[in-house]
Design a binder for this molecule. Structure first.
Ligand code: ADP
Ligand code: MG
Length: 383
């Protein structure tokens, strides 16, 4: 009888202990989830700050919290608690977004817990880790969707601004075209006079040249605003590039610039205005050359893609800051000296590519170089 009572009392104590332990673990788990939910609600935090926050919160929910360390690897970026140990038993759960595994979340103990070969982690802890990994993935997905939306809005605003500037540029160009025509016509008449003094002859030549230069700028503005529609014919992009290179090769050689050219072996048919596409190529090449005053390398690549052809021009020049990169398609934006830059090269390139229903993307890193990617619709029929 005594024995029985005693046993039952021991049983009651251990059951109580167990229940208390279980409750304590549940409280830790819930506070961990609560803390994570709190940082998830803070929309001012970046993805990296969120993940660093989770890493900081996580160890407290583990049974031997004073000894636990957490680590998150996401898109090859690592966040971990200090003194993260190697070669220890670990619990891990993958972070997957839209079916793509982009990293993992891991908890380890610094010291061995329990007896040798025994798993120091609880099943509940593995489940908690999986819940946290799912939560983290959901938070990142929400942040990325918001960022994509913001980027799209910025692009639309930029396109809108370009369209407004384009309209303005077109009307200014139209207004200037007529008086310019008169200046050129009258200068031509004066030029033909046989009894002109030498100085006047030289002056009229200057008027003539300057007016031609102004007409060139007006023409560029009209192309930029897409009011000057080119003559589309069947053309081979590779051929246009080879022709363009014949003019540029000697200039590159004299400035210590190496050209690496890897053109697609088949002809790249496009329906385009050959003169305008050549202008695109030359403008991008001239920018690359001007970005490498102490020499460097320009890589030119063309590829055939389904329904598209692509052209990449990459240089190892000075590159651009993010601030400059945001303004490169604005007409008259230039960082070059007066007489060297007009700030019309890239806006015109943009106008031509858009008029050809293509796409242009420019990436650049200050001090490293610039990469221009162009995609154009492939020609519909064989030449
Ligand atoms: P411009 O060459 O007359 O200045 P662009 O429209 O061609 O006008 O280019 C605008 C600006 O973009 C340049 O002044 C320069 O700051 C920057 N840029 C363009 N291409 C490059 C490049 N390949 N490397 C570095 N900066 C570039
Ligand atoms: Mg230029």
């Amino acid at each position: 009888m005594f024995m029985l009572k005693d046993y039952s009392s021991i049983n009651v104590i251990s059951q109580n202990d167990n229940a208390r332990l279980h409750l304590m673990e549940r409280v830790k788990e819930l506070s961990c989830l609560y803390d994570i939910a709190r940082i998830a609600a803070d929309t001012s935090l970046s993805v990296d700050e969120l993940l660093a926050g989770i890493v900081h919160i996580l160890p407290k929910a583990w049974q031997h919290s004073e000894d636990a360390c957490a680590k998150i690897v996401f898109d090859k970026r690592i966040h971990s608690t200090p003194n993260y140990p190697r070669f220890v038993r670990r619990q891990r759960s993958a972070i997957s977004i839209n079916g793509e595994r982009r990293g993992y979340i891991e908890v380890v103990y610094r010291k061995k817990q329990g007896t040798k070969n025994c798993n120091p982690f609880l099943e509940e802890e593995q489940r908690l880790l999986e819940t946290v990994a799912r939560e983290a993935a959901a938070m990142i997905r929400r942040r990325e969707t918001e960022q994509d939306k913001l980027k799209l809005e910025n692009q639309l605003r930029h396109a809108d601004r370009l369209a407004t500037i384009g309209q303005l540029a077109a009307s200014v160009a139209h207004e200037l075209n007529e008086p310019l025509g008169h200046i050129l016509g009258f200068a031509e008449l004066v030029r033909k006079c046989s009894d002109l003094p030498v100085q006047a002859k030289a002056d009229v030549e200057k008027i003539f040249d300057t007016s031609l230069h102004a007409r060139d700028i007006v023409k560029q503005l009209l192309i930029f605003s897409r009011h000057a529609c080119g003559q589309k014919t069947k053309a081979d992009l590779n051929k246009l590039i080879r022709q363009g290179l014949t003019f540029l090769e000697s200039r590159c050689a004299s400035e210590g610039i190496k050209i690496k050219c890897s053109l697609c072996p088949q002809p790249l048919q496009i329906d385009a205005d050959p003169a305008q596409i050549s202008q695109v190529f030359v403008s991008l090449m001239v920018n690359a050359i001007q970005a490498m005053p102490r020499g460097g390398t320009i890589s030119i690549r063309t590829r055939k893609e389904p329904d598209k052809v692509s052209l990449i021009i990459e240089d190892t020049g000075c590159g651009m800051t993010q601030e400059v990169l945001q303004k490169i398609f604005n007409p008259f934006f230039t960082t070059k000296e007066v007489g060297i830059g007009t700030g019309l090269g890239l806006p015109v390139v943009h106008g031509i590519i858009t008029a050809h229903e293509g796409l242009i993307k420019i990436d650049s890193q200050s001090g490293i170089g610039t990469k221009c990617r162009i995609k154009l619709p492939a020609g519909r029929s064989r030449a």
